[in-house]
Write a protein that binds this ligand. Structure first.
Ligand SMILES: [Fe+2]
Ligand SMILES: [Fe+2]
Length: 401
């Protein structure tokens, strides 16, 4: 790694002018942890040094347990809280200086910026560039939607290493969960924060998204047909929980599906041969996915799309020799999955080249699930269930957790 020489002593570090009041000059023959001890005592934060040491130890233990990179885990532990020594007002100035997008919640509680600033410091001062390290430091307080195992590891190690006097009621349960699943340990903490949400000053949007992801993934595991490979003719599909369509590779998106809703009820389409089908379809060449969905809702339901919210996608792989249409990605492609309100009114347009819809029904979720299951489509039963669950979560219908 860039910060140390062969013998383990600290390499030349770079202290830019805007940070020089916080960073003492390194001493000859000093290693990183010795330097950090001096750094925190220079900033009169010896307790934070103790905390970082504990996080590093905890992170290494977890990394060994889960066979993750213990070197990265250790560095994450040592470096994640460096920027807590910076006063809040200066955090705001530095974040702007480094081009970090400051969210309204971070403006309100600038302490939250320390996760991003610590990552920036690790890069600028110590010349560390490992993406896994930066990702973990950047979300060690809030997590984020697309969390990787190392992100979860540092988050958990951090929460388990607070001072004994701060030990919160969830610590024991979190420690126990961390033995068998990082995600389960994350869930323990997020459930606790959620319970306290009216008592904490702000909820960071990344934390809200992280909670949604973890809960949706846990719910997905209860759906046997949606949590395993699904076979649609030559296509094998695997459902993934996901909401940020912008971060998907748009060249892979070739289909779009919807769990269509009218109020809190669900629209089902039945083909002329009696099969209940999955609403949505394949994009035309260069057609944006929302335009495609609008078109499909007209063709299959005679309706209008009012809104659409992505809650996942089917990661598909085709064993066919040729792509389904010449312009779509092949053999791997993505089928977007979301729920949305539709307005029904006319009859399905049923263009001659598409599937012919004979019937459009609006039913309760239980009825939709029942009809899919009775016709042998447990994949679609689970898909509607997943849509219903995400709709409940995102529309603020109270949940029991
Ligand atoms: Fe922190
Ligand atoms: Fe920390």
């Amino acid at each position: 790694m860039g910060y140390e020489k062969q013998d383990g002593t600290l390499q030349q570090i770079h202290i830019p002018a805007e940070l020089d009041i916080y960073f003492p000059l390194p001493a000859e023959g000093e290693n990183l942890t010795e330097y950090l001890e001096r750094f925190f005592s220079h900033n009169e934060e010896p307790d934070t040094w103790t905390h970082c040491r504990k996080v590093a130890e905890q992170a290494v233990q977890l990394a060994e347990h889960y066979q993750l990179d213990s070197r990265i885990a250790c560095l994450g532990g040592w470096l994640h809280d460096m920027s807590t020594v910076i006063p809040d007002q200066h955090k705001l100035v530095l974040a702007a200086h480094y081009g970090i997008t400051i969210l309204p919640e971070e403006r309100q509680v600038p302490y939250l910026l320390h996760q991003q600033l610590s990552s920036r410091i690790a890069e600028i001062v110590f010349g560390l560039h490992a993406p896994e390290l930066h990702s973990a430091i950047r979300c060690h307080t809030t997590l984020k939607e697309d969390m990787e195992p190392m992100d979860q590891l540092l988050f958990v190690a951090d929460k388990l290493s607070w001072q004994a006097s701060d030990a919160a009621p969830y610590i024991d349960r979190m420690r126990e969960a961390a033995h068998y699943s990082l995600e389960e340990a994350v869930q323990v903490y997020l459930a606790y924060v959620w319970g306290e949400k009216n008592r904490i000053p702000v909820l960071h949007p990344w934390l809200i998204a992280a909670r949604m992801t973890v809960q949706s993934r846990q719910y997905l595991r209860t759906l046997p047909a949606l949590s395993t490979d699904i076979h649609w003719g030559p296509v094998t599909a695997r459902f993934q929980v996901w909401s940020d369509v912008v971060r998907l590779d748009s060249t892979l998106i070739s289909n779009v599906s919807i769990v269509p809703m009218v109020g809190d009820q669900f629209v089902m389409i039945q083909l002329t041969d009696g099969r209940w089908e999955l609403p949505g379809g394949t994009l035309e060449k260069d057609e944006p996915y929302l335009d495609a969905l609008q078109r499909e809702v007209e063709e299959e339901m005679g309706g209008t799309l009012l809104d659409y919210r992505v809650f996942g996608y089917f990661d598909c792989r085709s064993s066919a020799e040729h792509p389904y249409r010449p312009y779509i990605s092949h053999p791997r492609f993505i089928r977007l999955a979301g729920y949305g309100q539709v307005k029904l009114g006319g009859a399905p347009l049923n263009p001659p080249d598409g599937e012919q819809v004979a019937r459009v029904d609006v039913v309760e979720i239980e009825e939709a699930v029942d009809r899919f299951q009775r016709s042998g489509r447990s994949d679609l039963a689970d898909f509607y269930r997943m849509g219903y669950y995400c709709w409940q979560q995102q529309s603020g219908v109270p949940d029991e957790r």
